[in-house]
Design a protein around this ligand. Structure first.
Ligand SMILES: Cc1ncc(COP(=O)(O)O)c(C=O)c1O
Length: 405
C-alpha cells in the first residue's frame, strides 16, 4: 500500500514533521495535511474577517467557507441537512451541549463503562446538581463490546430518556455495533447520543445509517482539523428539546433579546473559531478527496502491523480487545510490571517516540479490563501518515525496553 504524504497537496513552510515519531493520534492528529496548514496561514494573513456579521466581501467569503465546510462535513458524516451541524470547541463541548441541555431533573440515562470522562463527568455533575439517574452498562473484557443483553434489559425495565454510546473506545479502539443498540434504544423510547471522537474522519460513519439522534465529534482528531474545533450533529427537530449552553450575539435578529431558535445559530453564539474552521474546511476537503475507506485501510494496516509485532514480544501484554479486527487504530499495552508513565518517558527521551500513558480519561474501562488499573496502559495510535518504518521503529523501541524490564 502506498504511504500517504502530508505534503502531497501543498507546498508551504508548515512544520510537517520533526525528528520525533508521533504516535498519539487518538489525542489529536499530527501531522495535518499540508493543505490544512496552508489554509490557516492564508486565512490569518489575508482573510481574517468575522462571519455572519458583515456585508463586505471578506465577511461574505467567510460565510461561504463556513457553509461549504458544513456541507463537506454533512457528506462525510451522512447528515442530510448541513444546518443541523453545529461548530463547537471540541468533542467535550458537543457532548456537554447535549447532556446539559437535554437531560432534566428525574431523567434516567444509560452510559457505558467504555465512556470517556467527557461523558462520565457531566453525567456525575448532573446527577449531583439536578438529580438524574445514571445506569452504567458493562462490556465484555475479551471482545470489548457493550453487554447487549444487559443493555436491552435495562432499556426494557427502566424508563430511559437518553442513551450515550461510545462508537470506539479511546483505549481499545474497538468499534461498537451502534445500529443494533440504537434500534433497541429507540424501541424503548430513548434518544441516542453517539460519541464519535475516535472514528469521525477515518472510519465509515453515517448518522443517517446508524439512525442516532445526536452525534458528537472532535474536529482535531480523525477529521484532521486544528485543535479547538469540534462538531455536534442533531436530528432535525430535536434542537427544540435542548436549550443552548451559551446565549449571545449571532449576527441575526439583533433587535430581539431572545436567542434565535433556527439552526445552527441557536447553538453558535459569539464569533466562531474561523482559523480553526478554515483548517477543518481544508481537512474535510482533503479527506473527501482521499476517501474515508482509503484512510481507514491505511490506519488498519499500520495498526495490524503494530499488533502483530507486539504480540510476539516477551514481557509485553496487549489489551485483549485491541486485537479484534474492528479496531479504529489504537493499541494499548503494558510491559512487565513497569509503570506505564515510565515507559512513555523512556519512549520519548530515548527513542523520540511520542505516546500516551495512564488511564486515558476512561477510569471505568480500566476497572473492568486490567488488574493494574491504577496505572493504566501505554497507548500508541497511528495516524493516516504513519509509515511501516515508523511502526518498525516503535516495535524495536518496545522490544528494547521490554528486554530490560
Ligand atoms: C472517546 C472520546 N470522547 C471524547 C473525547 C474528548 O474529545 P475532545 O478532546 O475533542 O474534547 C475524547 C478525547 O480523547 C475521546 O477519546
Amino acid at each position: 500500500m502506498q504511504t500517504l504524504n502530508p505534503r502531497e497537496q501543498g507546498n508551504s513552510g508548515c512544520p510537517v514533521r520533526n525528528s520525533l515519531l508521533y504516535l498519539d493520534n487518538a489525542a489529536t492528529s499530527f501531522p495535518k495535511p499540508d493543505s490544512v496548514c496552508d489554509a490557516v496561514d492564508v486565512w490569518m494573513r489575508g482573510g481574517a474577517a468575522a462571519a455572519g456579521r458583515g456585508t463586505h466581501r471578506k465577511a461574505e467569503a467567510a460565510d461561504r467557507m463556513i457553509d461549504e465546510c458544513r456541507r463537506q462535513l454533512a457528506t462525510l458524516l451522512g447528515v442530510s441537512i448541513p444546518a443541523q451541524i453545529v461548530f463547537t470547541l471540541n468533542c467535550t463541548d458537543s457532548l456537554n451541549t447535549v447532556l446539559q441541555g437535554f437531560l432534566e431533573p428525574g431523567d434516567a440515562v444509560v452510559a457505558t463503562a467504555l465512556d470517556h470522562n467527557s461523558v462520565l463527568r457531566p453525567l456525575e455533575a448532573l446527577r449531583q446538581r439536578i438529580g438524574i439517574a445514571v445506569e452504567i452498562i458493562p462490556f465484555d473484557p475479551v471482545t470489548g463490546l457493550i453487554d447487549a443483553p444487559r443493555f436491552t434489559q435495562v432499556l426494557a425495565e427502566k424508563k430511559i430518556r437518553l442513551v450515550v454510546l461510545n462508537h470506539a473506545s479511546n483505549v481499545t479502539g474497538r468499534v461498537q455495533s451502534v445500529a443494533e443498540l440504537t434500534r433497541v434504544a429507540h424501541a424503548h423510547g430513548a434518544s441516542v447520543l453517539l460519541d464519535a471522537a475516535q472514528t469521525a474522519g477515518h472510519w465509515p460513519l453515517s448518522m443517517a445509517e446508524l439512525d442516532v439522534d445526536f452525534l458528537a465529534a472532535a474536529g482535531h482528531k480523525g477529521l484532521l482539523g486544528p485543535l479547538g474545533t469540534g462538531i455536534l450533529c442533531l436530528r432535525r427537530g430535536l434542537e427544540t428539546q435542548l436549550p443552548p449552553l451559551r446565549f449571545g450575539g449571532t449576527g441575526t435578529a439583533s433587535e430581539s433579546l431572545v436567542q434565535p431558535s433556527d439552526m445552527p445559530t441557536r447553538f453558535e453564539s459569539g464569533n466562531l473559531n474561523l482559523p480553526g474552521i478554515v483548517g477543518l474546511h481544508a481537512a474535510t476537503k482533503w479527506i473527501l478527496t482521499q476517501g474515508v475507506e482509503k484512510l481507514r485501510s491505511q490506519i488498519h494496516a499500520r495498526t495490524a502491523q503494530l499488533l502483530e509485532e507486539l504480540k510476539r514480544l516477551q514481557n509485553v501484554s496487549v489489551l485483549r480487545p485491541c486485537l479484534e479486527s474492528s479496531n479504529c487504530g489504537i493499541v494499548s499495552f503494558n510491559i512487565g510490571h513497569m509503570d506505564c508513565q515510565d515507559v512513555a518517558m523512556i519512549l520519548d527521551q530515548s527513542f523520540d517516540i511520542q505516546s500516551r500513558a495512564g488511564l486515558h480519561c476512561a477510569p471505568l474501562l480500566h476497572q473492568t479490563l486490567d488488574p493494574r488499573s491504577s496505572h493504566g496502559t501505554i497507548r500508541l495510535s497511528p495516524g493516516v501518515f504513519t509509515t511501516e518504518d515508523d511502526i518498525a521503529h516503535a516495535v524495536q523501541a518496545v522490544r528494547e525496553i521490554a528486554a530490560h524490564a
